[in-house]
Ligand binder design. Structure first.
Ligand code: C2O
Ligand code: CU
Ligand code: CU
Length: 494
């Protein structure tokens, strides 16, 4: 690259065009590092977002019952959405033009989901965080062709939790999620139901699906502006809406936060610095609530928090500048210095009283690493895991059903990566040899690993075996996943 190009601030795409290199993964890989040309500086929208759109609440999916199963129907299709005032854009959604309904089932129920693909390309639908048979998982091995229907079924067998669903076609996941496919999947159980927690859906129990997108000056979605970590948008949406306002009607409101962004990490907090109670992480309730002022969620992670408000006041949910353990240049590119308004919480003149958050929530997750059948080491590198790119025909690990294993995962790269595994909720036993903070003390399926750090994870594998169909593990920054930072494991009989 010439200094003149550098001065002109050519982006990667321009560069690719200028040099005639096809936009193929090999070409992009050869140009790693060129994103330092990006003129990106910290983005600051706090106090500037005109909060004027009532927060849309994804509808609860209706279901029918068939042979003892609760049956949902999800139809993937394209549509048009007006997300910003400048105009409409093409979007993808399930049962609507953008995002999808909230699925909800109880522990012990058998569910079947009829996924119909009315898009013009093959996609998949993955149930992130769910314990289920590999053939029902919705990863890259369960493609749904245009016009096709796929009907996975399984029995829900895990604690109450905020899970989600999203497409997972190999190499295309980032684009399919960015265009709008995804939604929440809530699991209920008796233990959670026995607690005095806010749980009226859409009233004091609110899904908060956070995504960042970029729009052109006619309101169209821009899906090309990518750095080494993927696409970072300049507009934050909640449940598909920009500038959202939630009219709060109870003293305590439970927010089910989902980072459904393809690459951006959020450090959630409230505008006046008041603490909130963290009650659940990816896989369900914590043993006890943790009072926090900030909560870091990397792509794919969820958390449930309870926010306490007084009548008549307003407070904004924001994302604050945060430390991902990156070099300065990479921190800027990853949006770590960004300060963003996310959602305005506006309390009514009179609020329904709410019980205080219970002091004990659930059994602490217990996985005894002394029982561990062994340790596997994984090193995250440049779009690779243990030096290898994802290969749909290669099995990277074979695990015996029902066993406990220790997975030791290192970020050996300068870039931010997290680690997500299908079918399993794990415990974070250690981060760089130390005990994890309260927000990582519960069940997790996705965990951030700063460059140079390592996590020791305790995993108990499920009882669903399949000698042929693998589950995935990968970085949930979807550009990295698409580029090959993903591996496959089988769960087999002992
Ligand atoms: Cu949420 Cu394999 O992904
Ligand atoms: Cu997943
Ligand atoms: Cu990554």
């Amino acid at each position: 690259m010439s200094p003149r190009d550098r001065a002109r601030g050519l982006g990667r795409r321009d560069l690719l065009r200028a040099t005639g290199i096809a936009v193929a993964s090999a070409g992009v890989a050869a140009l790693e590092g060129c994103s330092l040309l990006s003129p990106r500086t910290a983005l600051r929208t706090v106090g500037e977002v005109p909060f004027a759109t009532p927060l849309p609440i994804p509808p609860l999916a209706t279901s029918t019952s068939h042979e003892g199963a609760r049956v949902f129907e999800l139809v993937a299709r394209s549509g048009r959405s007006r997300i910003v005032p400048q105009g409409e854009t093409d979007t993808w959604g399930l049962n609507g033009p953008l995002l999808g309904p909230t699925l909800r089932a109880r522990r012990g129920e058998t569910v079947r989901i009829d996924v119909r693909n009315e898009l013009s390309e093959t996609t998949t639908l993955h149930w992130h965080g769910m314990r289920l048979p590999a053939a029902a998982d919705g990863g890259p091995h369960q493609p749904v062709a245009p016009g096709g229907t796929w009907s996975p079924t399984w029995t829900v067998d895990q604690p109450a939790a905020t899970l989600w669903y999203h497409p997972h076609p190999h190499g295309e996941t980032e684009r399919h999620v960015y265009r709008g496919l995804g939604g929440m999947f809530l699991i209920d159980d008796d233990e959670e139901a026995a607690l005095d927690l806010p749980r009226t859906y859409g009233v004091d129990d609110i899904p908060v699906i956070v995504q960042d997108k970029t729009f052109d000056d006619r309101g169209g979605l821009v899906e090309t502006d990518r750095s080494d970590i993927g696409m970072l948008g300049d507009t934050v949406l909640v449940n598909g809406a920009a500038g959202p306002v939630l009219e709060v009607t109870a003293q305590r409101t439970r927010l089910r936060l989902l980072n459904a962004s393809t690459a951006r990490t959020y450090a959630f907090g409230l505008s006046d610095g008041r603490p909130f109670d963290l009650i659940a992480s990816d896989g369900g309730l914590l043993a006890e609530p943790a009072s926090l002022a900030r909560l870091l969620l990397t792509p794919g992670e969820r958390a449930e928090i309870v926010v306490t408000m007084d009548a008549g006041e307003s407070v904004a949910l924001r994302s604050f500048a945060h430390d991902l353990g990156l070099r300065e240049r990479d921190a800027v590119l990853a949006g770590a210095h960004d300060e963003l308004d996310v959602l305005l919480l506006r309390a009514a003149a009179a609020l329904r009283p709410s019980a205080p958050v219970p002091l004990a929530l659930a059994e602490p997750p217990r996985i005894d690493l002394a029982e561990s059948a062994g340790t596997r080491a994984f090193s995250l590198g440049n779009n690779r895991i243990n030096g290898q790119r994802m290969d749909m025909s290669r099995i990277d690990a074979e695990v015996v059903a029902g066993t406990v294993e220790t997975w030791f995962v290192t970020n050996a790269h300068s870039q931010p990566h997290n680690f997500h595994i299908h079918d399993v909720q794990f415990v974070v036993a250690e981060i760089d040899g130390a005990a994890p903070p309260p927000e990582l003390s519960g069940w997790k399926d996705t965990v951030y690993i700063p460059p140079g750090s390592a996590v020791r994870l305790g995993m108990r594998f499920g009882s669903h075996t399949d000698p042929h169909v693998p589950y995935m593990f990968h970085c949930h920054l979807l550009w990295h996943e698409d580029q090959g930072m993903m591996g496959q494991f089988l769960v087999v009989e002992g």
